[in-house]
Design a protein around this ligand. Structure first.
Ligand code: NAG
Ligand code: NAG
Ligand code: NAG
Ligand code: NAG
Length: 437
């Protein structure tokens, strides 16, 4: 505990490799020393956490943050789907990654900037302090790390410019609560730094996201990353021999040819009358599962879906029934700059002159230059692989019919969600409009 709390700036200014060694080691020390809670006298670099809260990631804070995260998933989805440049395109992202990155940023935000981030993430500041949120993310990320096998990982990291000195408390909270890896880089060498960040993300996402950062603002002093990777095998795999070319109806006038997988078996399905949507649950050989939602009318589903629906479906998906299921094999990649979307969700100040990131540095005027998000989803007979990463650049300046067997064919746009059974956490969310693009 002692070592962990007395992390200091000198040790931070090391080469990237050495710094990784140090940070991982000190993370082991923090975790290895058991159940000590972070000392809330440390200060959290924001002015709303002055009170002496019992910071224990308590059950009520956990459920408040989980509910907020689920609500945030669908608000962010709708905002992305409404964007002009999303029309006719697949949507896929990781709400869990975006909210972890923004929550980590909120550690360093104060005043109105902090209020907007909190409210944008759906945290009710009369019920939750930043310390509570940090505690809950620590619990969530530790749980993800504890249960992780080689096929699932989730985490955060922070890249800091050699000459920039963020407040030690800020880095301490990121390391302790967000389990962040820390690195020093020379952001004046923009291409080299971007390369370093991209290699890190590529490694963390098993090669799926190799270029999170396209270009770095020359004034970048710090870069926050959150990544998530999941690879699961279906509990019951599809038989590749049954996969055949078939049509997928992108819209009334457009058909594309896809490799359509097929299986007749007992499946967990539910028909939601409110949304005129049939939901299919495909469990992985783990506590994770994928929900595929086939609506009559996409807009009814997209505009109506809420965490309550997902909870209702997961509860209702208990009696398997025989179905003849068809799902396309596909592999998609998405890329977003979230500046506009987050601004539209009320998180405006962090991007401009009004940004208050004094929890990161008092001396320098900091602002967020870019929030980027990239994600991938590959679905085949054996299983699914999904990855996502969020990057936040900080710059200076500123989830029965026995006979005949019903057919469930995902041959028109559908939505998809990857969730974890025990927590209902939404790891990934998206809409497949055209599996061939
Ligand atoms: C995550 O889990 C790994 C392997 O179980 C462990 O070595 C590592 O210390 C954990 N990391 C944190 C930050 O808890
Ligand atoms: C926040 O919680 C308080 C106390 O339960 C409640 O009165 C208030 O309406 C909530 N605010 C929002 C925005 O949900
Ligand atoms: C994760 O594992 C560590 C070390 O085994 C344990 O102290 C901690 O309570 C676990 N955390 C969660 C959230 O399961
Ligand atoms: C659901 O489908 C039924 C029958 O096709 C239709 O009458 C109803 O308006 C639809 N509901 C919604 C919300 O689209």
């Amino acid at each position: 505990m002692f070592l962990c709390l007395h992390f200091n700036q000198e040790k931070f200014t090391m080469t990237m490799r050495a710094a990784l060694g140090l940070w991982v080691l000190s993370a082991v020390i923090c975790v290895g020393r058991g159940h000590h809670q972070p000392d809330h006298h440390l200060g959290h670099g924001n002015d709303e956490t002055g009170q002496d809260t019992v910071a224990d990631g308590s059950a009520s804070s956990i459920s408040l943050v989980n509910e907020a995260n689920q609500e945030f998933s669908f608000r962010l989805y709708r905002q992305l789907a409404a964007h002009a440049d999303s029309q006719g395109k697949n949507i896929f992202f990781s709400p869990a990654s975006v909210s972890a990155a923004l929550a980590a940023l909120s550690v360093g935000a104060q005043g109105e900037t902090h209020r907007q981030l909190f409210s944008g993430l759906g945290f009710n500041s009369s019920l939750l302090t930043q310390t509570d949120v940090n505690q809950v993310f620590q619990t969530i990320l530790q749980r993800a790390n504890n249960t992780s096998q080689e096929d699932a990982s989730e985490g955060t990291s922070v890249f800091v410019d050699n000459r920039f000195k963020p407040k030690p408390e800020f880095l301490q909270t990121l390391k302790q609560s967000y389990l962040a890896d820390g690195f020093n880089v020379d952001f004046t060498k923009a291409a080299e730094s971007a390369d370093t960040i991209n290699k890190y993300v590529e490694e963390k996402t098993n090669g799926k996201i190799d270029k999170l950062v396209e270009s770095l603002d020359p004034n970048t002093v710090m870069y926050l990353i959150s990544y998530i990777y999941y690879k699961g095998k279906w509990e019951t795999p599809f038989d590749p021999e049954l996969t055949e070319q078939d049509d997928f109806n992108v819209d009334e006038n457009t058909k594309v040819s896809v490799d359509m997988m097929n299986m007749e078996d007992d499946f967990y399905t539910y028909h939601d009358r409110d949304l005129n949507t049939t939901v299919l649950q495909l469990p992985f050989k783990s506590s994770y599962s994928m929900l595929l939602m086939l609506p009559d009318v996409m807009a009814t589903l997209e505009n109506g879906i809420s965490p309550n629906h997902v909870t209702k479906w997961l509860k209702a998906l208990v009696t398997p029934r025989r179905h003849d299921v068809y799902i396309p094999k596909f592999s998609i990649k998405t890329s977003y700059n979230l500046n506009d979307v987050l601004t539209e969700m009320g998180m405006t100040d962090m991007f401009g002159e009004r940004a208050n990131l004094r929890g990161i540095s008092e001396e320098q005027r900091l602002a967020v230059s870019d929030v980027v998000h990239k994600a991938t989803l590959d679905v085949d007979e054996a299983g699914a692989e999904a990855s996502a990463a969020t990057g936040i650049g900080i710059t200076l300046g500123s989830a029965w019919f026995p006979d005949p067997v019903p057919v469930l064919k995902f041959n028109r746009p559908f939505m998809v969600l990857i969730t974890e059974r025990n927590t209902d956490k939404i790891l990934f969310l998206g809409k497949i409009v055209n599996p061939t693009i």
